[in-house]
Structure formats: structure tokens, C-alpha cells
Design a protein around this ligand. Structure first.
Ligand code: AMP
Ligand code: MG
Length: 327
């Protein structure tokens, strides 16, 4: 299959992307978090094609993208006050809500579970596409399973060229890491740290439990892909190292790539050094592109300078720890 490169700035290209989707095709599209791999969420065949294109294990449920609350509610068996308030405050935006599903939602989307994940993206191209399609779109990140999420159309093509109908190029994603995922079943449970900080959710909801707090009782909710121990991962060995240990760690490894945000690069024997902004938002925006560059430079070891301990860095810490988990 030829994968077409379409432009989100062209109304004709948007029309074409929508037509491909309506016919059951797969189109990667930009969102404010990362690029999603879109397919009709209520059509089992289209959803199965998403799993096949990504090589995603069938037990990992998908996020369903909608324009807003009105389109999300029919997909959910209940829409509690918490959902209403979270949607009013954070939608459109990088927050995913997990709720009991309605009969409209096929098993393929929920991986057979009783819950559905819904989110309204804010990216204008994602919204223009949803409007034209007029139906919810399943949209996991548009990468091969377990690889680094794409933040440009070129990243998508590197992973999925020839495996999907088209990619809609909308430039670089502004947020750069995935949405925050919260389950309301009915008590709020944070499933994945992400672009919306936990503190902002707690302003509205009071204390939100995390999976660590609930321990093994997490089997209350369906398994979710962002929970896999290794995820968001480049090829090669990834290690998180304190700034003052980087030079020694580099000296012991072979083809080293380094990802820094404060440490000086001079003493580190690396084939490629990437420097990211030292703020969480700036770091998140550039993280995945930097990891892909290090991988493309054939670094067999990627040393990542340890990030600060604060809650502001939770979502990034989560991604880095998963990237560093042993294969
Ligand atoms: P990605 O495939 O990268 O878009 O990530 C999808 C995310 O969706 C995962 O991290 C999950 O937390 C979440 N998710 C999707 N569906 C569900 C569900 N039914 N229950 C819990 N989490 C879900
Ligand atoms: Mg993903």
C-alpha cells in the first residue's frame, strides 16, 4: 500500500483524509500530544486494521477521539459529574477519561474490557478531521508497537510507511508527550501521568489515587498500553544517570548517545549529544524527536541525564523510566 502524505493546511487534503477514514482506511493525524493513528472507532474491521498496522498486542485498548462531551457521552454507560466537570475544564485538550462503556463501542476498541477511553483533542487539524468524518476515531499513537511516539509526520512515515493509507502533516506536536489518563470508576484513579498535571486534576476532584496507592487492586480497570513496563522505547540500551556520573558511564559503553538538559557535554565521550530545554514543557516537546535522532545515529547506549525530582516532571519521568526498562 502507498502511504499518501497529505497537508493539514489544505482543505482538499483534509477532505481526502476524511474520505479514506470513512471507507475504513487508516490515516495518521496530528494532535497536540503526539500523532495518532486514526480509524473509525465504531467499525471493528477498521480498529483491527489499526492493531495490525502497529503490530500492537490485542489486549491493549485504544483511546477514542471525539469533538467534545456531546460525542463522548453516547460511548459511555455513565457520565458522572466528575466527567462533566473535567471535560468542561480540560477539553478540548490532553486529558483522557476512562469510563464504563456503552453498547455502541466494539470489543476491538476496549480490548474486550468494560471500559472505554475518550478524549477530545484540541489540535485544529484533528478537529477538522473529526468534523468531516462525523464519527469517533480510534487513535493510538502512530508508531510501531513499543517504539517512540511520533511528534512529526516524518516520524510516522519512518514507522508506518506502506502500512497505512495516509498521514496528515500538521507540523510538530506542541505538547510532545501523551495525554494524562484518568479512570472514573467511579473513584478517580490516575492511570497515566501526562500533559495535564495531577495537581490540576486534584484542584477539581480532591485527592486522586494513583496506581501505586491502589496497589494490586488495579485489576478493577482494563489493562492499558501506557502501563506496560517497557514502552516509548528506542532501540539500544537506555540508562538514566545522574549528571556527575555521565562521563564515567560513557567511558564504559560503546557507541554512546547522550540526552542532557543541564550537564556540560565536554567530558562525555558520545557520538551524539542532544540537549533539551530544562523546563518540563520544553523538555516534553522535544524529547521524542531527540530519542529518535539518537537511535538513528545508531547509538547502542543512550545515557539520559537524570531529571529533577519534582511533580512537574512526573509525566516525563514516567516515559524515561519506561524507555529505560529492560526489553
Ligand atoms: P497510546 O496507544 O500510546 O495512544 O496509549 C493509549 C493509552 O490509552 C494507554 O496508556 C491507556 O492508559 C489508555 N487506555 C485506552 N483505553 C483504556 C481503557 N479502556 N482502560 C484504561 N486505559 C485505557
Ligand atoms: Mg503509544
Amino acid at each position: 500500500m502507498d502511504t499518501r502524505l497529505l497537508s493539514a493546511r489544505s482543505p482538499r487534503d483534509l477532505d481526502e483524509a476524511a474520505e479514506l477514514l470513512k471507507r475504513g482506511g487508516l490515516v495518521a493525524f496530528p494532535t497536540e500530544t503526539v500523532y495518532g493513528l486514526g480509524g473509525l472507532a465504531l467499525e471493528p474491521l477498521a480498529v483491527r486494521a489499526i492493531y495490525a498496522a502497529k503490530g500492537r498486542p490485542s489486549f491493549n485498548p485504544l483511546i477514542v477521539h471525539v469533538l467534545g462531551e456531546d460525542d463522548a457521552r453516547p460511548l459511555c454507560a455513565r457520565w458522572p459529574l466528575e466527567a462533566q466537570q473535567l471535560a468542561a475544564r480540560f477539553w478540548p485538550g490532553p486529558l483522557t477519561l476512562v469510563l464504563p462503556r456503552s453498547a455502541l463501542v466494539p470489543d476491538e476498541v476496549t480490548a474486550g474490557g468494560d471500559t472505554v477511553a475518550v478524549r477530545a483533542p484540541s489540535h485544529p487539524a484533528a478537529r477538522a478531521l473529526l468534523q468531516r468524518v462525523g464519527a469517533p476515531l480510534a487513535g493510538p499513537s502512530a508508531n510501531r508497537s513499543e517504539h517512540i511516539s511520533p511528534t512529526t509526520a516524518a516520524h510516522v512515515l519512518r514507522d508506518l510507511n506502506g502500512r497505512i493509507d495516509a498521514v496528515l502533516d500538521g507540523g510538530r506536536c506542541a505538547v510532545g508527550i501523551e495525554s494524562t489518563v484518568i479512570a472514573l470508576m467511579p473513584r478517580p484513579l490516575l492511570l497515566r501521568a501526562g500533559a495535564v498535571p495531577l495537581a490540576q486534576l486534584e484542584e477539581l476532584l480532591g485527592t486522586v489515587e494513583t496506581r501505586e496507592m491502589r496497589g494490586h487492586h488495579t485489576d478493577l480497570v482494563a489493562p492499558s498500553p501506557g502501563m506496560q513496563r517497557r514502552h516509548y522505547a528506542p532501540a539500544g540500551v537506555v540508562r538514566l544517570v545522574d549528571a556527575d556520573g555521565l562521563a564515567a558511564a560513557a567511558a564504559k559503553a560503546g557507541q554512546v548517545g547522550a540526552l542532557l538538559h543541564t550537564a556540560p557535554a565536554e567530558e562525555i565521550a558520545a557520538v551524539l549529544v542532544k540537549r533539551l530545554p530544562a523546563t518540563p514543557a520544553g523538555y516534553a516537546r522535544e524529547l521524542y524527536a531527540a530519542l529518535r535522532e539518537l537511535e538513528d545515529a545508531d547509538c547502542t547506549t543512550i545515557l539520559i541525564e537524570q531529571i529533577p525530582a519534582g511533580a512537574d516532571w512526573d509525566a516525563i519521568r514516567d516515559r524515561l523510566e519506561r524507555a529505560a526498562a529492560p526489553a
